[in-house]
Design a protein around this ligand. Structure first.
Ligand SMILES: Cc1ncc(COP(=O)(O)O)c(C=O)c1O
Length: 391
C-alpha cells in the first residue's frame, strides 16, 4: 500500500520507542516508575465527577453536541477568563470548545497554511505543534529556545525572507519541556512582531496555573493583544483540573481564527460529549482551591526530587513552573538522550522522556515529569544513581 508523504515525518516517534522500551522492561520483571509522560496521577475533583455522573443519566446529553448546545460551556469559559485575566470574551465568536489542546493546536495549521507555507515553532516544543504543520503540508522554521536566553526565542534573529513566508508562530509558556516562563514584555514583543509581519500568533497555555510559589503568575497572550487582533490561545482542563483523560479544552481569541478552526473541526468532530462539558463547567464555576492544592503538590515533589538528584551528584535546575524537571544529561550521554532513556528504563524501570523527542535543541537533555509521589521520586533518584554511577 502507498501512503501519503505527509505521514513520513510522523513515522519516527521517540515516545513510541520509549513505549516499547517500557514494555520490554516490564516483561523482564522491572517495576516501572513512569516519569516520561505529563499525565497527572492526581484525581479530578468530586464536584466535577458528580456533574458528569448526573449528566450520564440525562438522555438529553446523549446526542451530538452541536455548536448551539455548547453555549453554556462557552459562557462559563468567558466568565472564567474575565475573572482570572480581566479580559472580556464574546462567548459566541471568541470561544471554541476542543477535545484537548493537542487536537486544537494540531488542527489549526490546516486553517492557516497552504503547502509550503512556514510555521514558526519553538525548538524544543510539544510534538503536536510540529505534527499539525506536517499534516497541513507546511514547513517549519525552528526558533531555538535555549537556556542562555532564559528559554525565550530571539525574534530579531528571524530572517526577513522567513518573516514574509511565515503564516503562524506558536509559543507556549510556561514552557514544556524547558519549564521556562515568559514575562508579559516578551509577549508584547511577540504580538508586535506578528502584527508587523501579518502572522497569526498561537499560544498553547496548558500550564497557565502551574507556577510555583516564588514566581510571578503566568500571563495570557491576550493580555498583550487585548483587542485580539492576531492571537489565539489554547487552555486545557488536563493540568489545572487533573482531567487529562476526559479530553476537554478550549480556544479563545481572535474571532476569525476561532471561526477558521471551527470550520476545520466541523468536518472532523461534533465536539466533546456534553456530560464532560458539564464536568468542565463545574470545574470552572466550582471552588478553585483544588488548583492551588495541585500546584502545591507538584511544588513539594519538585523540591524533593531536585534535592534527591543533587544528592546523587546530578545538579539539575529548580523549575519555576510546569510539572517537569528539564535536566542536562551527564557528559557521556550528551549526544544521545534516547539511548540514555532506553537503557535507564531497561536496567532500572525508571522512564524519562528523551529531550530529542521535543526537537534538535532538546538533545542532551531529559524531561522528568513529577507524576509520582515524593517517596517514589526518592526511589527513582536512587535507581538513577545506580545506573549513572555504578553501572
Ligand atoms: C504544551 C502542551 N500542549 C498540549 C498538551 C496536551 O493537552 P491536552 O491534554 O489538552 O490535549 C500538553 C500536554 O502535556 C502540553 O504540554
Amino acid at each position: 500500500m502507498k501512503f501519503a508523504q505527509r505521514l513520513n515525518p510522523l513515522r519516527k516517534n521517540v515516545f513510541a520507542e520509549m513505549d516499547s522500551a517500557k514494555a520490554r522492561a516490564k516483561t523482564a520483571g522491572k517495576e516501572i516508575i513512569d516519569l516520561s509522560l505529563g499525565s497527572s496521577d492526581l484525581p479530578a475533583s468530586d464536584h466535577v465527577l458528580e456533574a458528569i455522573q448526573t449528566s450520564l443519566f440525562d438522555p438529553s446529553t446523549h446526542g451530538y453536541a452541536l455548536f448551539h448546545s455548547t453555549r453554556a460551556f462557552r459562557e462559563a469559559v468567558a466568565s472564567w477568563y474575565e475573572n482570572k485575566y480581566g479580559l472580556a470574551l464574546d462567548p459566541e465568536s471568541e470561544v471554541l470548545p476542543l477535545i484537548g489542546c493537542q487536537e486544537g493546536t494540531a488542527h489549526l495549521p490546516l486553517a492557516l497554511l497552504d503547502p509550503g507555507d512556514i510555521g514558526l515553532l519553538q525548538d524544543p516544543s510539544y510534538p503536536s505543534h510540529s505534527g499539525g504543520i506536517y499534516l497541513a503540508g507546511g514547513e517549519i522554521y525552528w526558533l531555538p529556545t535555549l537556556a542562555e536566553n532564559n528559554f525565550l526565542p530571539v525574534l530579531s534573529d528571524i530572517p526577513p525572507q522567513i518573516r514574509e513566508q511565515a503564516k503562524m508562530m506558536v509559543l507556549s509558556y510556561p514552557h514544556n519541556p524547558t519549564t521556562g516562563l515568559a514575562p508579559l514584555s516578551f509577549f508584547e514583543q511577540a504580538v508586535q512582531f506578528c502584527k508587523e509581519n501579518a502572522i497569526a500568533l498561537v499560544h498553547d497555555f496548558p500550564y497557565g496555573d502551574m507556577v510555583f510559589s516564588e514566581s510571578p503568575r503566568a500571563p495570557s497572550i491576550l493580555e498583550a493583544d487585548r483587542d485580539k487582533e492576531i492571537s489565539i490561545e489554547f487552555f486545557t482542563f488536563s493540568k489545572s483540573y487533573n482531567m487529562g483523560g476526559f479530553r476537554v479544552a478550549f480556544a479563545v481569541g481572535n474571532p476569525d481564527l476561532i471561526l477558521a478552526l471551527r470550520q476545520v473541526k466541523s468536518v472532523i468532530d461534533f465536539n466533546q460529549y456534553q456530560g464532560i462539558l458539564n464536568g468542565a463547567i463545574a470545574a470552572l464555576q466550582g471552588p478553585q482551591e483544588s488548583i492551588q492544592k495541585t500546584v502545591d503538590t507538584f511544588e513539594h515533589r519538585r523540591n524533593v526530587f531536585v534535592n534527591a538528584l543533587n544528592r546523587i551528584g546530578w545538579n539539575v535546575p529548580t523549575p519555576a513552573a510546569t510539572m517537569y524537571i528539564w535536566a542536562k544529561l551527564p557528559e557521556q550521554w550528551q549526544s544521545n538522550s534516547m539511548d540514555f532513556c532506553t537503557q535507564l528504563v531497561e536496567s532500572t524501570g525508571v522512564a524519562l522522556a528523551p529531550g530529542s523527542g521535543f526537537g534538535k535543541s532538546g538533545e542532551g537533555y531529559v524531561r522528568m515529569a513529577l507524576v509520582r509521589d515524593a517517596e517514589k521520586l526518592e526511589e527513582a533518584a536512587e535507581k538513577i544513581d545506580q545506573f549513572i554511577h555504578h553501572k
